[in-house]
Design a protein around this ligand. Structure first.
Ligand code: GLC
Length: 566
């Protein structure tokens, strides 16, 4: 072959394989669904996931070493909470450089290695993007605070006080006290919705917007598949700084209760989200949002009028259902399912008590952990797991104030013990410190790690972990679970939550006994086109079975079955 022909052939193969790869990554299925609609996401708190250098704190190389575990479990994308350089006042949510990695977690080269290995394991990387505020050690803020005439002054919110020792208004910080901090250097106050070390960026300044959008481009080029956007509710504030209405009583941190009318959920946030989404779309990326929605109207707003804002707004509604109530779950599912976007399901995270503690009754905790898996992994939508939920990990709240690491817990003790409890090291084995580190870990593991860990549970076919594996496998392979619509069944049942996921004449029935006594449930699916039916069990907990159209469930039993027409 002449040289130029050989070169052409090689070029052709390279271009063809690249476009194939691009197509595979960004493929849209027959229903127009994109990769993130079929993916299972998994949140990793990097301090606590895997410690490759045995210093008691997790790191990126630790995560890379566990990609095989994650892939085998059925995870398609990991969201890593902030791993950028940070003074760690809020454990990474105070970012001092958006385009680097904190040395505690490794280097940019380690990140690139993680991204490359992620590709090999089919696990995409989602970064946490803290857009409301930076660290007070970020170079933008250092410049901003240096003088009133600094070109960065207007990157943050600086205001005069109302008088001597009086902040500009009555806004309260989420983490205690006034949301304004006086800075003697220039005699003005700056605004911080969170800790004083987390000054709010001024999103009304187009330079801020440009810089922040560019950060996402920078990471997309490095292989990131999307972002979880932190605290989007608080990007904008009332330009007139009106006082928030005061309501009777005190909050958990002892501050006056106020309605956050003038410093939360202001409309400007939607312009920012649309802008970020445009950049995301250019990169086939996904935007997950920390959106504390009060109701479905608020959720709808975060999808955007033209579905042009967040693909996956987390409404956290499940995390606010504090006891196992079929009626309440039914209500929340129906609401999210009809909101017009693709639902996102979350049962716990690094700010919210683990589901094991929220629902556990002390006797059936593992059964309840399986029940929750049977629920959020089989609904229409995308589940975002929290590391360790698949093991039945429990909260390990600090017992003494001097042990608390989360500043919020230090401030709020004892009413609010902070968030350490849900951030403890991942439990890999029954050896010292749950196999996380031979060094004392930054937070202690609970005694239950002896039985609830990856190594032991992998050997027990009845474990929570094996149950998660089975449900996740089914979710990835069953068309009705991937594509099907959602229909509530037996809506008056106060004990068993049942629903049907159907697609192209096939259907999967899910029945979840949320009570501590055995139940028998009969199904009549005639109105769904199934005249006389039987069930072919796909994933069930021990003791769950069916005869004809009747299902028997033990206490907290799970029955997931294909519906067969006769
Ligand atoms: C979000 C994070 C939380 C953090 C806060 C301030 O709510 O999830 O952990 O403390 O933002 O960044």
């Amino acid at each position: 072959m002449p040289r130029s022909a050989a070169l052409n052939a090689i070029l052709f193969i390279l271009v063809a394989s690249y476009s194939l790869q691009v197509r595979a990554q960004n493929a849209v299925d027959a229903e127009g669904h994109q990769w993130w609609q079929h993916a299972v996401f998994y949140e990793i708190y990097p301090r606590s996931f895997a410690d490759s250098n045995n210093d008691g704190v997790g790191d990126l190389n630790g995560i890379t070493a566990k990609l095989g575990y994650l892939h085998d479990l059925g995870v398609d994308a990991i969201w890593i909470t902030p791993c950028y350089p940070s003074p760690q006042v809020d454990f990474g949510y105070d970012v001092s450089d958006y385009e680097n990695i904190d040395p505690m977690y490794g280097t940019l080269a380690d990140f690139d290695h993680l991204a490359a290995e992620g590709k090999k394991h089919d696990v995409r990387i989602i970064l946490d993007y803290v857009i409301n505020h930076t660290s007070d050690q970020h170079k933008w803020f250092l410049a901003s605070r240096s003088s009133k005439t600094s070109p960065y002054r207007n990157w943050y919110m600086w205001r005069d006080g109302r008088g001597a020792n009086q902040p500009p208004n009555n806004w309260i910080s989420e983490f205690g006290g006034s949301a304004w901090k006086f800075d003697p250097k220039t005699g003005q106050y700056y605004y911080h919705y969170f800790y004083t070390e987390q000054p709010d960026l001024n999103w009304n300044n187009p330079e801020v917007e440009k810089a922040m959008f560019d950060v996402t481009r920078w990471w997309y080029k490095r292989g990131v598949a999307g972002f979880r956007l932190d605290a989007v509710d608080t990007l904008f504030e009332d330009p007139d700084l009106r006082d928030n209405p005061v309501v009777p009583g005190k909050n958990k941190l002892g501050d006056p209760n106020t309605e956050e009318k003038y410093n939360k959920k202001l409309p400007g946030v939607h312009d920012v989200l649309q802008g970020l989404r445009k950049v995301a779309d250019e990169n086939h990326a996904v935007l997950i949002g920390e959106t504390w929605t009060k109701n479905i109207d608020e959720l709808k707003q975060y999808y955007g009028e033209h579905n042009n804002e967040l693909q996956l707004p987390m409404d956290f509604m499940f995390t606010r259902v504090d006891k196992l109530s079929p009626a309440e779950f039914r209500r929340q599912i129906a609401a999210a399912d009809s909101a017009g976007g693709w639902p996102t399901w979350v049962i716990s995270n690094h700010d919210i008590v683990r589901s094991y503690n929220r629902y556990g009754d002390g006797t059936h905790n593992d059964d309840i952990a399986k029940l929750m898996a049977g629920l959020y992994l089989t609904l229409r939508g995308t589940p975002i797991m929290y590391y360790g939920e698949e093991l039945g990990m429990e909260n390990n709240d600090p017992k003494r104030p001097e042990d608390v690491k989360d500043p919020k817990g230090k401030l709020g003790w004892p009413a609010d013990k902070g968030r350490d409890g849900e951030r403890t090291p991942m439990q890999w084995s029954d050896s010292v410190n749950a196999g996380f580190s031979t060094h004392d870990p930054w937070l202690p593991v609970p005694p239950s790690y002896k039985t609830h860990n990856v190594a032991s549970e992998s050997k027990d076919p009845d474990s929570v972990l094996e149950f998660y594996r089975k449900v996740l496998k089914l979710r990835h392979t069953n068309a009705a679970l991937l594509e099907g619509d959602y229909k509530a069944l037996n809506e008056d049942d106060a004990s068993v939550l049942s629903y049907l996921r159907s697609y192209k004449g096939k259907a999967v029935l899910i029945a979840l006994n949320m009570s501590d006594s055995p139940k028998k449930v009969a199904f009549d699916l005639a109105s769904n086109g199934f005249a006389s039916l039987s069930f072919n069990g796909l994933v069930t907990t021990p003791g769950a079975s069916s005869a004809g159209s009747e299902v028997t469930l033990p206490a907290f039993g799970v029955f997931i079955a294909e519906v067969e027409k006769k």
